[in-house]
Design a binder for this molecule. Sequence first.
Ligand SMILES: O=C(O)c1ccc[n+]([C@@H]2O[C@H](COP(=O)([O-])O)[C@@H](O)[C@H]2O)c1
Ligand SMILES: Cc1cc2nc[nH]c2cc1C
Length: 358
Amino acid sequence: MEHASMSLEQICAKIGDLDQASGELAKQRLERLTKPPGSLGRLETLVIQLAEITGQPLPRIFPPGIAVFAGDHGIVAEGVSAFPQEVTGQMVRNFAAGGAAINVFARQIGAKLDITDVGTAADLSEVEGVRQRKVREGTGNFAREDAMSRQEAVEAIAAGIESAARLIEEGAECIIPGEMGIGNTTSSTAIAAVITGRSTEELTGAGTGLNPDARKRKAALIQRALEARKPDPADALDIISKIGGLEIAAMTGAILAAAARRKPVLLDGFICGVAAVLAVKLASGVRGYLIAGHRSQEPGHEAVLEWLGLEPLLDLQLRLGEGSGAAVAYPLLESAVRMLAEMATFESAGISGASSPS
Ligand SMILES: O=C(O)c1ccc[n+]([C@@H]2O[C@H](COP(=O)([O-])O)[C@@H](O)[C@H]2O)c1
Ligand SMILES: Cc1cc2nc[nH]c2cc1C
């Protein structure tokens, strides 16, 4: 459990450069496989990135581990979600019982699912299979007060580091962060606006299903809250403490811990993307460890992906969260690594190479 006890600074300092030499070996092997050069497109660039991340010329990414974090949001008092706050705790019970979408996809891809209550307003202490790391019972309403203290932000990040570190200790070769938190698209949109500098009108979406009028009110509320809170765009902890979420901070911790152990991080949707942006703000070297699983319907996700410089693998019009889009994308990583490891070479199969110069 080496990383569980490491401080945020220590984890950030441990994130190493990508291993170019392993990437180069993967690239050389790709050139010898029985296919026209480059014909497997993004599966080729993906497996090179996986080699650079893991430091393995034939990368291993199985089994994946899914770290799901739940937290509540005081901002829901302003009517920013189509669903009531109690759904957060109710869905955590559903995760523990195995009935949520992420449970189905976790079983499909052979992933272990680690569930942490990092700050719901519900009492989930009796629920088997839910790790209790409650930093506080939901954030403060950031339209009126800071979401949390700086210390609480650090504690929530530590809960995320702990979860990913445990999954990796138990054998996970790829980390998928996931979340559950009614109201968290409001916090995520506020963070995306601070980081990208784009307008809240442009970035704000329907979340779980707001109607167009309610979406407009949500955008205006976020704008007013940002003017009141004034988070420092250069300071990730200031952003988290003023307008963040406990489960968002925990996902940031999980991403940092995975990168520190050279494990690829397969990102889910908008909220997960925002957590990745915060991780990059804390340690810029994280960027190379990130793979975008899918493009969420939430408009802010596009801006976040652009900021991260990532092109998502899938666009299935998902907007669920929980890690679901990343879990659905995971088999593409398996295709990429199996292609590199299992395809015959021109040499071994006795197939002629290209006859004209490429
Ligand atoms: O992952 C996404 O892109 C995504 C987009 C919209 C909604 N969600 C999920 O819906 C919840 C937040 O929506 P809301 O409307 O309550 O802010 C939260 O539990 C997220 O997991 C997730
Ligand atoms: C039912 C439900 C399930 C979810 N999973 C992630 N966010 C969610 C939001 C709702 C409302």
